[in-house]
Design a protein around this ligand. Structure first.
Ligand SMILES: Nc1nc2c(ncn2[C@@H]2O[C@@H]3COP(=O)(O)O[C@H]4[C@@H](O)[C@H](n5cnc6c(=O)[nH]c(N)nc65)O[C@@H]4COP(=O)(O)O[C@H]3[C@H]2O)c(=O)[nH]1
Length: 527
């Protein structure tokens, strides 16, 4: 992933880490507000429905009791009885009788009504109910009238709504057909008509409502959305600390992700996944002929922006993180792809590969190298395996791997010799073919005899162990002359060539000419 992409993803993740928990806190607060409000409305609506049913039952009972009277209707005794019932029945305002031209109420004789009350519904036991009953003079407010036989009772609709309400709550009591009882509240009347058939609760037209339809009545308890928002604030306040803790946790996690993705290790992991490594080849020269006879494969990491990173920068990280084995595999694959055909057609050419400590101690590379060599018809002797003193940490397993490599035919070289603590005794224990003299010794070669003492000693040690010697980091003709005079067989260094791309190396090799102009070597050989 590119740095800019990581930055974009990191910003997105951090923003989500803040937005999601806080959004969820808000959503949870909203749900809790709705749940609590719904609970409250449900209780209120159920109480109001009970209250309406009781009021109705009371009035209905009073009506039935007067309807079975033996007294003459509208006689003084009959009117007295009607009055007593009106006084003793809490919900009943007036008791009336009406038959053709003959009518009276609990207040006395009265002319018959000029028009009949519109009938809204009839109960199972035959009571006719009109919810908007008015006398002819419209002196009293509309009443709820119950009629049975020729008798009627009038009930104040307010009686059906006598429930203590919480602040902001609206209550509507209506018939099962959706007609509102009591003084016209245009909002609630139309709302009742809208929802009386269900569902039993929900958010509609800016109200959260609950509907209880039982017996003869439908009751709706509702609160406006603004009320709900007020209680949302309280619930969010309770939940906010939890949301903030989660948010902070997620922000920390996303920052960690960010840091990890931008870390050198993450960059190296991506490089391995995307196979961003290339191999350059530094020619190895036979000192006697000055001709190129092989190359050392040196890895470079080519970043997506084209910059080349040198192995000293990333190999230590690859080794400590365990990525090195995957990197070695990619190098091996690349080298065989680059030079396999050339190695197969020219047996005198060789290529040296650098192995890391993990490759040496596991030994898993040897079968893979053998397979590749067989597949491309490369002789194992054309493959040099360079190990450093540092890579021989586990001496026992290293010896096993090196033995296996040599018996398979590969050439084993000790790289950077002299930079560690290796002694002659240590060298004797190792199954080696080649000793590479480190650049730090080669650069000491000068005309001052005491300075060349150390390198002379290393060369002698190599000869004593019958190892092929390769000098690294040869930069001057004087160094080359000295090495040649001391029977060092091969050399590599900037005097001949720096590491180069495969095509360039192949051209140089096939050219077959001495890699250095003879005139440069006119200096007398220092020995
Ligand atoms: N000043 C100077 N330097 C010269 C001269 N001639 C060659 N060099 C540099 O010396 C290093 C020689 O490689 P090395 O000792 O195996 O040292 C290598 C090797 O230990 C390691 N390395 C390189 N490729 C791989 C690889 O594929 N796998 C592993 N595990 N390590 C690798 O990285 C080290 C550094 O490699 P490079 O940076 O390519 O550096 C190379 C090369 O470019 C010279 O005349 N003067």
């Amino acid at each position: 992933m590119k740095r800019s992409k990581i930055m974009r993803r990191g910003i997105l993740l951090t923003a989500l880490a803040v937005i999601v928990p806080l959004g969820m806190t808000l959503a949870a607060g909203w749900m809790l507000s709705i749940y609590a409000a719904h609970d409250r409305l449900q209780t209120l609506a159920a109480i109001a429905n009970d209250r309406a049913s009781q009021t109705f039952a009371q009035a209905s009972q009073a009506l039935k009791s007067i309807a079975v009277t033996d007294l003459e209707p509208c006689s003084p005794q009959g009117i007295e009885q009607m009055r007593m019932i009106a006084i003793n029945t809490f919900s009943v305002e007036t008791v009336g009788y009406e038959e053709d031209v003959f009518a009276c109420t609990s207040w006395g004789a009265t002319p018959p009504r000029s028009k009949q009350w519109a009938e809204d519904f009839v109960t199972d036991d035959g009571v006719k109910v009109s919810i908007d009953a008015q006398d002819d003079n419209e002196l009293i407010k509309p009443m709820l009238a119950l009629q049975f036989a020729a008798f009627n009772v009038l009930v104040d609709p307010e009686q059906f709504r006598e429930v203590v309400l919480d602040e902001g709550v609206r209550l509507a009591v209506g018939t099962r057909q959706g007609r509102l009882l009591g003084p016209a509240d245009p909002n609630m009347a139309s709302f009742l008509a809208l929802v009386h058939e269900g569902p039993t609760h929900g958010l509609k037209d800016g109200f959260l409502y609950t509907l209880v339809a039982q017996g003869n009545f439908t009751v709706i308890a509702a609160i406006p959305r603004q009320e709900l928002l007020r209680s949302l604030g309280q619930h969010v306040l309770y939940l906010l600390p939890i949301g903030l803790v989660i948010s902070v946790g997620l922000v920390i996690a996303s920052l960690r992700w960010w840091r990890r993705k931008l870390s050198p290790l993450a960059a190296l992991e991506r490089a391995v996944q995307r196979q961003e490594f290339v191999v350059h080849y530094q020619p190895i020269i036979e000192i006697e002929t000055r001709r190129c006879i092989g190359a050392e494969a040196l890895i470079r990491w080519r970043k997506p922006n084209g910059t080349l990173v040198y192995p000293d920068v990333f190999i230590p990280l690859a080794e400590s993180s365990g990525l090195i084995e995957a990197i070695t595999d990619q190098v091996v694959h690349r080298v065989f792809a680059d030079l396999g055909a050339m190695l197969a057609s020219d047996r005198s050419l060789h290529v040296a590969l650098n192995l890391a400590a993990a490759d040496v101690s596991s030994g898993r590379l040897i079968p893979a190298l053998l397979n590749e060599s067989r597949r491309l018809d490369v002789q194992p002797a054309q493959i040099w395996l360079e190990v450093t003193e540092r890579s021989l940490v586990d001496l026992t397993s290293a010896k096993i791997t090196l033995e296996r490599a040599r018996s398979a035919g590969f050439v084993v070289a000790l790289d950077d010799f002299g930079t560690g603590y290796s002694s002659l005794q240590y060298l004797q224990q190792l199954p080696l073919d080649v000793l590479k003299i480190d650049r730090s010794f080669v650069e000491q070669i000068s005309e001052a005899e005491e300075k060349t003492l150390l390198v002379t000693h290393v060369i002698q040690m190599g000869h004593a162990l019958r190892l092929t010697l390769v000098a690294e980091g040869v930069e001057t003709p004087a160094q080359l002359n000295f090495l040649g005079a001391n029977q060092v067989r091969y050399a590599q260094g900037w005097l001949f060539a720096k590491a180069m791309e495969c095509a360039q190396f192949q051209q140089l090799y096939l050219d077959g000419r001495p890699c250095i102009d003879a005139r440069i070597l006119q200096d007398p050989i220092v020995s």
